[in-house]
Write a protein that binds this ligand. Structure first.
Ligand SMILES: Nc1ncnc2c1ncn2[C@@H]1O[C@H](COP(=O)(O)OP(=O)(O)OP(=O)(O)O)[C@@H](O)[C@H]1O
Ligand SMILES: [Mg+2]
Length: 362
């Protein structure tokens, strides 16, 4: 049996502006019904990548394939409207002078698809059939968003490109619309490339996340893998607050106030950073100057003094000044836990949730 042909494949895509590579050798493969999120900080080249795939901008080098067929390299170029690609960008502007029916049916002329039936099917699916004769200004933001989604999906595109499609929506609407959108995208079977700079959105939507930085994809994988096996410190901190300990390596080990950590492959005298998330810090009360006994899982405890504690809704965030070196470490605790500033407590760290990386400068 041959493997299914990916709906979208991009190979070694490069874009240069003013001599600077803003997209630098990006390759991706997305299969039918799969959602890949291009996730990364502002300016890292996400939208530029999407624009090249959409065909509104020409790449400096690299190739783009849809359903196994070449649609663009540096000499050959299929025009945007013939790429079988649906677009949904941040300003998904509907045509204001067209009704919902006309908006959704817009891309169907000449496709051979029964326009009225397809428009009704999709509007029914997004719960807006009753608005078929309304104009965009008569709809709420969330409703306009759903019409835009129906419009993009109407011609049954092989690929859907979405650039921050939910960023204009009210926070409370967003989660519901994300889930509904995802369900519909899966049903329709397009390959989806969704751009976002919000890790929560990527975790919620993606089958696979491609983490982008400085024009390059630095890590690709299922959300679980990116969160739990990040490639470097920046990849950890992109998903959550972090704590960092620094240490020098001797014999592939480094000493910290929380015990020794393995630093395989780091030469003697090399510096490492031990990175962990606040939710993996356990807190114990001080009992006459003593803390809990060390365990294999938690390692040794270290003592610190509460600087401040804040209630954040689902959890409380407590900041400590550590006794050994004055470093500030953060811990989160479920529910309400608000110890007074100055309280001495013992911190320990889930050793299996610590990441050891060669130290970065600064
Ligand atoms: N037409 C252009 N001419 C010159 N530079 C550009 C052009 N378009 C984008 N850039 C630059 O290329 C880089 C990547 O831009 P891009 O819009 O792809 O970023 P992004 O990852 O989508 O960011 P954001 O999350 O802010 O939307 C940025 O440094 C941007 O300033
Ligand atoms: Mg962008």
């Amino acid at each position: 049996m041959t493997a299914a042909v990916p709906r979208l494949e991009i190979r070694h895509l490069v874009q240069t502006y003013d001599g600077k590579r803003v997209v630098d050798d990006v390759s991706l493969t997305i299969h039918a019904g799969c959602v890949t999120c291009l996730l990364g900080p502002s300016g890292c080249g996400k939208s530029t990548t999407l624009r090249m795939i959409a065909g509104v901008e020409m790449q400096a080098s690299g190739e783009i394939y849809v359903d196994g067929g070449l649609i663009c390299d540096t000499v050959f170029r299929v025009p945007p409207e013939r790429r079988h690609i649906g677009l949904m960008f941040q300003d998904f502007a509907l045509f204001p002078h067209l009704t919902v029916r006309q908006n959704v049916g817009f891309g169907l002329k000449g496709t051979g698809i029964d326009q009225e039936a397809r428009v009704r099917e999709l509007l029914n699916r997004v719960g807006l059939l009753r608005h078929i004769d309304s104009y965009p200004h008569q709809l709420s933001g969330g409703e306009q968003q759903r019409v835009a989604l129906a419009r993009a999906l109407a011609p049954r595109p092989s690929v859907m490109l979405m650039d921050e499609p939910f960023s204009g929506l009210d926070n409370r609407l967003r989660d519901g619309i994300r889930d509904d959108t995802l369900a519909l995208l899966k049903e329709e079977g397009a390959a989806v490339l969704l751009v976002t700079h919000e890790p929560e959105e990527a975790m919620r939507m993606a089958d696979e996340i491609a983490l982008m930085r400085g024009g390059k994809i630095v890590q690709r994988g299922a959300p679980y893998n990116l969160y739990n096996a990040p490639v470097d410190k920046a990849a950890v901190s992109f998903f959550s607050d972090i704590n960092t300990l620094r240490g020098k390596v001797q014999g592939a080990l480094t000493d910290t106030p929380f015990g020794q950590f393995l630093a395989p492959g780091v030469p003697d005298g090399g510096e490492v950073e031990i990175v962990f998330r606040p939710q993996h810090v356990a807190i114990d009360f001080d009992r006459a100057g003593r803390g809990p006994s060390p365990t294999d899982i938690q390692g040794a405890p270290a003592r610190g003094e509460v600087i401040r504690s804040r209630f954040l809704g689902k959890e409380s965030l407590v900041e400590f000044c550590m006794e050994h070196d004055g470093q500030v470490l953060k811990a989160t605790v479920p529910n309400v836990f608000l110890p007074k500033p100055g309280t001495a407590m013992w911190l320990s760290v889930r050793r299996d949730r610590c990441f050891v990386f060669p130290a970065t400068k600064g």
